[in-house]
Ligand binder design. Structure first.
Ligand code: SF4
Length: 256
């Protein structure tokens, strides 16, 4: 199994590798640094996807689709939550529609798993899922669709996300870089919040996380507080928001 430290999933599945920066939330992209390390260790899957600039790894913009990885979830008999493409963005403009259709077919063939697709490009997700002809993207009960939002400038992504039909809609506010008290959470089934980790991590203020916690409580939306990241505000504890562990999931047991 492709193990992961990401608390809100059980496994990662990476049929696509490589990406390019789209907004400020990407600046310290974990996948970009990890792809560079894996390439340095000799992994052909990640070779040439990053270059060094100012001593740090940067995406080259090259995307690699890995046909061999497609069959991986077929071998996982035990039901699990699977994060699709932790090392890329499935709806990057250079991921071919045909390859996304292949991924869709695998998800349809493995209803025992729940697939969590998270994109910073929900506009392309809408285009691909709705306007591809012949239609290749049926609604799947085991596919959750999500978008990442880092600040008020990226809140518009929720609008595009709502247009797509997923079994569940979720938003990952990670890394949260500014207040998003105006977030419209209507039609959203799950909210994840997290701060940034790593060398140049930017701090998340407790008030920003509290705003989202309170909005979710009011609307009855499951709230998952992942972590503070590198900077833990005074009076807060690792992994807890105001002393409370929030690890809620939408109601859909794995394997149902
Ligand atoms: S979209 Fe995701 S994978 Fe791509 S650069 Fe941004 S954070 Fe990294």
């Amino acid at each position: 199994m492709a193990r992961t430290n990401i608390e809100w999933t059980d496994a990662v599945w990476n049929p696509v590798a490589g990406c390019s920066i789209v907004s400020p939330g990407c600046t310290n992209c974990y996948a970009m640094q990890m792809a560079s390390r894996l390439a340095a260790m000799g992994s052909r899957k990640y070779a040439g996807l990053t270059r060094k600039s100012g001593g740090r790894a940067k995406w080259t913009g090259k995307i690699r689709c890995n046909k061999k990885s497609l069959s991986v979830p077929l071998k996982w008999k035990k039901p699990r939550r699977i994060f699709v493409n932790s090392m890329s963005d499935l709806f990057h403009p250079d991921v071919p529609v045909n390859f996304i259709a292949d991924i869709w077919a695998i998800m349809a063939a493995t209803p025992q798993h729940i697939y969590q697709i998270l994109t910073k490009r929900p506009e392309r997700m809408t285009e691909v899922l709705f306007y591809t002809y012949p239609p290749a993207f049926p609604f799947l009960l085991n596919v959750w669709l999500g978008t990442s939002i880092e600040n008020s400038e990226t809140l518009c992504r929720t609008k595009a996300l709502r247009k797509c039909s997923g079994a569940r809609h979720f938003i990952s506010f990670e890394p949260l870089l500014g207040p998003v008290a105006d977030a419209d959470l209507s039609g959203i089934d799950w909210v994840i919040v997290g701060g940034e980790s790593g060398l140049n991590a930017r701090p998340m203020e407790a008030a920003w996380a509290r705003d989202l916690r309170d909005k979710c409580a009011q609307a009855g939306i499951p709230f998952f507080f992942k972590q503070w990241g590198k900077h833990i505000p005074e009076g807060q504890q690792k992994g807890l928001l105001d002393g409370v562990l929030h690890h809620d999931f939408p109601l859909q047991p794995v394997g149902e």
